[in-house]
Design a protein around this ligand. Structure first.
Ligand SMILES: C[C@H](O)[C@H](O)[C@H]1CNC2=NC(N)=NC(=O)C2=N1
Length: 117
């Protein structure tokens, strides 16, 4: 089963952070994502480019729907021709397996998104 199809776990303050070993394994499944450290915790981030604002906004809404379905929500920065998607688990201040699952689902949505550049 691919990571994108894996079941999300509920996110709680006491949910386990991914270990170093898990992180190394999971990041291989989403090679286009960068790890950024902000406010002392890791975040997964990827920039998606589009031909115009309309396509960027449509992709933003598609990711919003995926987030609502999962009950797990990213930071989304929509600009002209560009969407920056950032996943982390704010409740537990770090990366949970959920974040990698949602990043993989974001990649699946991007593969069929219109107006990619
Ligand atoms: C009550 C609600 O389910 C929680 O606040 C959820 C909502 N979406 C969330 N999204 C993310 N990324 N991290 C969380 O900790 C989180 N918590």
């Amino acid at each position: 089963m691919s990571l994108a199809q894996a079941q999300c776990e509920a996110c709680r303050a006491d949910a386990p952070h991914v270990s170093e070993a898990e992180l190394a394994e999971l990041i291989r499944e989403i090679p286009d994502w960068n790890i950024e450290v902000r406010d002392g915790h890791m975040e997964l981030e990827r920039v998606f480019l589009f031909k115009n604002f309309r396509h960027a906004l449509a992709f933003t809404n598609a990711i919003g729907a995926i987030a609502e379905e999962a009950g797990h929500h990213p930071a989304l920065l929509t600009e002209w021709g560009k969407v920056t998607v950032t996943w982390w688990s704010h409740e537990m201040k770090g990366l949970h397996r959920n974040d990698f699952i949602l990043a993989a689902r974001t990649d699946v949505a991007a593969a069929s998104a219109e107006g990619r550049k």
